[in-house]
Design a protein around this ligand. Structure first.
Ligand SMILES: Cc1ncc(COP(=O)(O)O)c(C=O)c1O
Length: 244
């Protein structure tokens, strides 16, 4: 087995969910929805299998789904995303893996922020990337301008961002995203931004997508995100904002 994966062991989600089940504990470790999900959504999914096609979809996803995703982004983020810029995947992890494998050449440096979601580091290493970790600190989990700048070098190729950030449950402000975007433009690197929790916000918090500061700077960026419609029924989308 490849040494990156051989050294990994079980994911923390697997360990905690197994322990919670064994001990009858409340499981705050993994995001299992408490309910089955809306019946009309599950019925529509079942109808789609029996009445629509259950064959291979086009590789980039069903055109009507890509249209709907673009419309969603345009409505929620005031973007002008085209369906041609959207790729459907079978989850956020696939979208992130595809983006990291596509952009990282062996030896490229990749900036990541700790604490981080568990799949990023192994994927970066498996692609041959050299991680440059920037630690964020409570209670605000914001960027420190000097530490951020120090993580970039002429070899930086990709920045792996996650906002809202799992596990700290914090959201990067537009000011923080602007700071990061300026460095990404300066170093001509690509941002893979995992924004799967963009609609799960509390206390009136506002979410800004990394798409905005990069588009505003006429830069290139990629973003992987996930929508959880109901337990076990989810998809991933990969909008890729082209240079305008
Ligand atoms: C930040 C983050 N990224 C990615 C994922 C994985 O998404 P998927 O199950 O669609 O692969 C999760 C799942 O909880 C997550 O919290």
């Amino acid at each position: 087995m490849n040494s990156v994966y051989a050294g990994l062991g079980a994911t923390i989600f697997d360990v905690m969910s197994r322990l919670a089940a064994e001990r009858g504990a409340v499981n705050l470790g993994q995001g299992f929805p408490e309910e089955e999900g809306p019946l009309d959504v599950r019925e529509a999914a079942a109808r789609a299998l029996t009445e629509a096609s259950n064959q291979y979809p086009p590789m980039r996803g069903l055109p009507e789904l890509r249209e709907a995703v673009a419309a969603h982004y345009n409505a929620h983020h005031g973007l002008d995303l085209d369906a041609g810029e959207v790729t459907i995947t079978s989850g956020a992890t696939e979208a992130i893996a595809a983006a990291l494998l596509a952009f990282i050449e062996p030896g490229d440096e990749v900036v990541l922020f700790e604490p981080l979601y568990d799949c990023y580091l192994p994927m970066v290493r498996r692609a041959g990337g050299v991680p440059r970790l920037v630690r964020l600190h409570p209670p605000h989990w914001r960027f420190d301008a000097a530490a951020l700048e120090a993580a970039f070098s002429p070899r930086t190729r990709v920045v792996m961002l996650n906002s809202p950030l799992n596990p700290s449950a914090s959201v990067f402000s537009r000011a923080d995203l602007d700071l990061l975007a300026a460095l990404c433009v300066k170093h001509e690197c690509i941002v893979v931004s995992d924004e799967v929790w963009e609609h799960v916000l509390f206390d009136g918090r506002r979410f800004d997508s990394m798409l905005h500061p990069l588009r505003d700077r006429d830069a290139e960026n990629r973003l992987g995100r996930q929508d959880v419609f109901a337990d076990g029924l989810e998809g991933g989308v990969l909008p890729a904002a082209r240079r305008r």
